[in-house]
Design a protein around this ligand. Structure first.
Ligand code: HXC
Length: 257
């Protein structure tokens, strides 16, 4: 499938999605949200895909929601327009998603990165929630995911001031999983994704479900879910294979079943 606003390709078991609106620093318009949701959902339904890399350009992962598209809207357009459904679909992907961020990840761009499981940042990455400067607030999960990622006081400082932070600060406070030199970002993302994608798919799905639950549910419920998911993996072929391979001192041959 060809999309207007993103580039999509498959490399082995890794799905690659590149945001591609260079004229607008990958600003997230409605078309892009639909394209991204469709591409992510298609990869998610494909047993041949074990990880997804989401990236932008050298200059920008994404500079936020498209301000020119939003400017004239009224509250009711946003409230009832279904504008958030596509982002829900993106956030709900169970396949591990690695955001590979270079340059600006601002507003909705920062929020999109935070919908991913891992955030690999180039040393050129700049994160921020500048919505306050525009007279609004984050609307794609920023206030909620940022508080859970970095704690209430760091989150409040960023959301209230709109200050941008560099990659090293993003790593220190817990937005970036890891920072790498910009020239190595895509190779590092590819290596990380390939390493994840060869892991048994049922365990990957269980892991992302359990990790997501940790930020969404009370502890007792999360622990119950984890126990459930852990038990369910003992009915998969890959668990038998993984443990037999260990016992027989050989590499496992997973069937992702
Ligand atoms: C629309 C954008 C855009 C955006 C950049 N562009 N960001 N268009 N929406 N969010 C466009 C510019 O208008 C310009 O096109 C081109 O991209 C290049 O940007 P410049 O501003 O010329 O580049 P530069 O001077 O390098 O500055 C880069 C920047 C700045 C610091 C990232 O573009 C910027 O501040 N952008 C807005 C960041 C922001 O406020 N994001 C939050 C949006 S609100 P033209 O054709 O005009 O030259 C949000 C809400 C999320 O995300 C919730 C939604 C539900």
């Amino acid at each position: 499938t060809a999309y207007d606003t993103i580039l999509v390709e498959t490399r082995g078991r890794v799905g690659w999605i590149t945001l591609n609106r260079p004229e607008a620093l990958n600003a997230l318009n409605v078309q892009l949200s639909h394209d991204l949701a469709a591409a992510m959902t298609a990869f998610d339904a494909d047993e041949g895909i074990g990880a997804i890399v989401l990236t932008g350009s050298e200059r920008a992962f994404a500079a936020g929601a498209d301000i020119k598209e939003m400017e004239g809207l009224h509250g009711r357009d946003i409230a009832v327009g279904g504008r958030f459904d596509a982002w829900r679909a993106v956030a709900d992907v169970r396949t591990p998603v690695i955001a590979a961020v270079a340059g600006y990840a601002l507003g909705g761009g920062c929020e999109l990165a935070m919908m991913c499981d891992v955030i690999l940042a180039a040393d050129t990455a700049r994160f921020g929630q500048p919505e306050i400067t525009l007279g609004v607030i984050p609307g794609m999960g920023g206030t909620q995911r940022l508080v859970r990622a970095v704690g209430p006081y760091k989150a409040a400082e960023l959301v209230l001031s709109g200050r941008l932070i560099a990659a090293d600060e993003a790593e220190r406070i817990g937005i970036a999983s890891r920072v790498v030199p910009a020239a190595e970002l895509l190779d590092e993302a590819a290596a990380l994704a390939a390493g994840i994608a060869e892991k048994p798919l049922p365990a990957l799905y269980a892991a992302t479900a359990a990790l997501d639950a940790a930020v969404e549910t009370p502890m007792a419920e999360g622990l119950r879910l984890e126990k459930h998911l852990f038990a369910s993996l003992f009915d998969t072929a890959d668990q038998k294979e993984g443990m037999a391979a260990f016992r027989e001192k050989r590499p496992p041959r997973f069937t992702h079943r």
